[in-house]
Design a protein around this ligand. Structure first.
Ligand SMILES: CC(C)(COP(=O)(O)OP(=O)(O)OC[C@H]1O[C@@H](n2cnc3c(N)ncnc32)[C@H](O)[C@@H]1OP(=O)(O)O)[C@@H](O)C(=O)NCCC(=O)NCCS
Length: 173
């Protein structure tokens, strides 16, 4: 397989990321979500990652900021989504490359945990565990077993709590 380069998005990539999200999902809700997060204070450019093959963007993964509200107060965590690979390039490990880069970068940037709402079948292979193991829930209308999480720092999710996704996420769930 050709070399897959994973890097942070740059301003010139916005249109190509839009195309990836429009091709991977039905409808434009995820593409709109990415635009909305990008305009928000929860956006982290270094954690909006693109996968490139031969200079063409074929995948995208977004990690952004959310709050974990627990008994001990409010902590900052990352939420993952959306993540997309163009259908013509799927099942070639591009998703794996994006996810590994995202986890490594997030850890290097000293974020302490990543939470995902949706597709636990796909994400558990990367070491994400059911949210119930950490006693975490979210403000999104998703089934409890759809939530998975990974601690980047051991004990970061201890005590659990409610992950409050920014309002822009509510539109797509
Ligand atoms: C989910 C999604 C991001 C996965 O991207 P991907 O690049 O196809 O992911 P991978 O290639 O890493 O893994 C997908 C499958 O290919 C397999 N695979 C990985 N590398 C492979 C390779 N070199 N050869 C053959 N198969 C491979 C994986 O084992 C996995 O198999 P399984 O899911 O049947 O168990 C992509 O399918 C997508 O964009 N889907 C639509 C949007 C979506 O649902 N996003 C997630 C929710 S936000």
């Amino acid at each position: 397989m050709e070399e897959v380069i994973v890097r942070a998005e740059s301003p010139e990539d916005v249109k190509a990321i839009d195309v990836v999200n429009l091709s991977a999902f039905e409808g434009d809700a995820e593409a709109q979500l990415v635009d909305a997060v990008r305009r928000s204070p929860d956006f982290i450019r270094d954690l909006s990652l693109v996968a490139e093959i031969n200079g063409r963007i074929v995948g995208h993964l977004l990690l952004s900021k959310a709050a974990l509200e627990g008994e001990g107060g409010r902590k900052s965590v990352l939420v993952l989504g959306p993540m997309s690979v163009v259908p013509s390039q799927s099942h070639r490990g591009i998703g794996v490359a994006l996810m590994q880069a995202a986890v490594n970068r997030a850890r290097d940037m000293r974020y302490t945990a990543i939470v995902i709402a949706g597709r636990p079948d796909y994400y558990e292979r990367f070491g994400f565990k059911p949210g119930s193991e950490f006693s975490i829930s979210t403000n999104l209308p998703v089934p409890e077993d759809a939530v998975t999480a990974m601690e980047l720092v051991s004990g970061a999710l201890a005590g659990g709590g409610r992950v409050v996704y920014p309002a822009v996420f509510e539109a797509i769930y």
